[in-house]
Design a protein around this ligand. Sequence first.
Ligand SMILES: Cc1ncc(COP(=O)(O)O)c(C=O)c1O
Length: 312
Amino acid sequence: MYEQYWKPMGDKTTIVIPGWQSMSYFSDVTNLCWFMEPELAKQIVRIHKVVGNAVTEGRHIVVGTGSSQLLLAALYALSPQDSSNPISVVSAAPYYSSYPLMTDCVKSGIHKWAGDAKIFDKDEPYIELVTSPNNPDGFVRHPMVNRTGGILVHDLAYYWPQYTPISTPADNDLSLFTVSKSTGHAGLRIGWALVKDVEVAKRMIKFIELNTIGVSKDSQLRAAKVLEVVSDSCEQAGGSEYTESFFHFSHTVMTERWRLLREAVKRSGLFSLPNFSPAHCNFFDNNLGTQPGKNNKIFVYMVYFFLKVVQS
Ligand SMILES: Cc1ncc(COP(=O)(O)O)c(C=O)c1O
C-alpha cells in the first residue's frame, strides 16, 4: 500500500548481505532474546520514542516472525502449564478473524478460544486479546471483560499515526507490534513484543526457539533499515533528504482512500460506514479522526462496485 513512498527512497533502504554473513542461529548472546539483531532492537526503541506510541523503558523486546508468531508465543507463555483445564482466550466482537483459529489450531490443551469478551462471565482465569485500534472496525479498544484479574495481551498492530490519533504511549504488560501495518512491509514477516515480566518474555523466547529456532536475520536487518528510514524521515521532514515524513505520506494515502470509500458507500445507498470522533494526536499535534487500516479489501471491492454502477 505504501510502495509509492518506498520506491523513491532507493538506496536509502537498500542493504547488501554477503553470503558469509548472518550464518549463525545467534544474533546477540548477551541479550535475553538471543536471536534478535542488536540493530533491530535499537531501531524499535528509536521508532517508539519518535512516534510516542509505546513505553519501551523497563520492557523486554522479543522479535518474532510477524506478530502472528508472537501472539502464539504470548498465549503459550501466559497459559498455566499445570492446570487440568485450558485457560479461556477471549476478545470483544467483532474481533480479528484469525484469533479463534490461531488459538485453537493445534488444540494445545493449555488454552482454548472462548469467544466474545463482552459476554464472558465464567469465574475462572482468562486471557483477553485487546486490539486497538480494532481490526475490523477501527475503534479504539479497552479491556471488555467486566472483571479484574484477567491476563491482557494488547495487539497494537494499527497503533500508528496514519491509522489513529496517538494519544498516549502504550504502557501495557504485553504489547504486540508489526512492520506489516506500521511501514507496510508485511512480506518481511517481522513483529515485536514489548514485555514487562521477564519470566513471560523468557517463555515467549522459548516458544520461538522451539517453533523456528529464532527469526530470519536477513528480514530483521531489512526491518531495521526500514524503521531507521522512517525515524529519519520524521526527524528530518522538510529537509533536503526527506520532503515529508513517512507518516505524513501514509496518513494522506489513508485519508484519500477513506474519502473514496465513503463516496462509493454513499452513492451505493446500500452500505454504511462508522464515523470516528476526532481526538488529539500527539505525533501530528493536531485533532484527527481514525482511519482504520483494514479497509484495503473493502476499498477495492467498493471502488470496483462503484465503477460498475457508474459505467452501467
Ligand atoms: C490486528 C492484527 N494483528 C496481527 C496481524 C498479523 O500481523 P503479522 O503480519 O505481523 O503477522 C494482523 C494482520 O492483518 C492484524 O490485523
